[in-house]
Design a binder for this molecule. Structure first.
Ligand code: SF4
Length: 233
């Protein structure tokens, strides 16, 4: 999977018109705000989290505020998202670990982030990219799906997921990791969904999966035409 300018050139133009303006994407968001949003976005879509994010971020603008509040209070804020018990526990433990281990700051190194409770490879990568603008692998389901289709690897194994996250990183232009990964996430929501909406996708021309679909459809049409011709004969 060689680096190419194609993906970024297409994504950049498409994203000028299709950027999703979520509250955690604002210019003045802190690293804690991004970490909080990514924790809430687990198993929940952006529009749902966007409804409660401003209120929860206002109430807990720092890890200190959340650590002092404790689970029983946090639970009321996360209740509309479902899984409130797990979420409030995870947020309480995470904010307390940030206070104890990092004096209430969000680490700027991936290994330190991954060492925190409830922070996995995607959340860690997202904080590196979106909070600090540093390139990092992002094994997000949408990104993996786009990569597996674009490079035509439909049956990605766990090992491939690491490879596909690395492939996405390889396509990421220097100094543009934030914009590049936001564009991929937005593309995964608008076009490259579980059932892909390929017409109008900016990557359509070079997407191996899409090209494969064209070839497959052409072959089907030829086969159908041949069959009908033979039947007529
Ligand atoms: S062309 Fe279709 S399969 Fe390929 S990236 Fe776009 S939406 Fe996904």
């Amino acid at each position: 999977m060689a680096k190419s300018r194609y993906m970024w050139n297409k994504l950049r133009k498409w994203h000028e018109q299709n950027y999703r303006n979520y509250p955690w994407r604002s210019q003045d968001i802190t690293a804690w705000g991004i970490l909080l949003a990514e924790m809430l976005l687990r198993r929940t879509d952006g529009p749902t989290v966007a409804k409660i994010f401003p209120e929860i971020y206002k109430r807990y603008p720092t890890p200190q505020d959340m650590a002092e509040a404790g689970e029983s209070e946090i639970i009321e804020y996360v209740r509309p998202l479902g899984l409130w018990g797990q979420r409030s526990k995870a947020l309480a433990q995470l904010s307390q670990a940030l206070i104890k281990r990092h004096s209430g700051t969000v680490p700027k190194k991936l290994d330190k982030l991954l060492d925190l409770p409830h922070v996995g490879p995607y959340v860690g990568g997202a904080v590196m990219v979106f909070a600090y603008g540093k390139p990092a692998p992002m094994p997000d389901v949408n990104i993996i799906r786009i990569m597996s289709r674009f490079f035509c690897l439909p049956d990605a194994t766990p090992g491939d997921i690491r490879k596909l996250a690395a492939a996405a990183l390889e396509q990421c232009p220097r100094g543009r990791s934030r914009q590049f990964f936001y564009a991929l996430l937005d593309l995964g929501s608008a076009h490259c969904r579980a059932r892909p909406r390929c017409p109008g996708c900016p990557l359509e021309r070079k997407c191996q999966s899409r090209i494969g679909i064209h070839i497959y459809t052409m072959e089907l049409n030829i086969a159908e035409e041949t069959t009908s011709y033979e039947q007529k004969g």
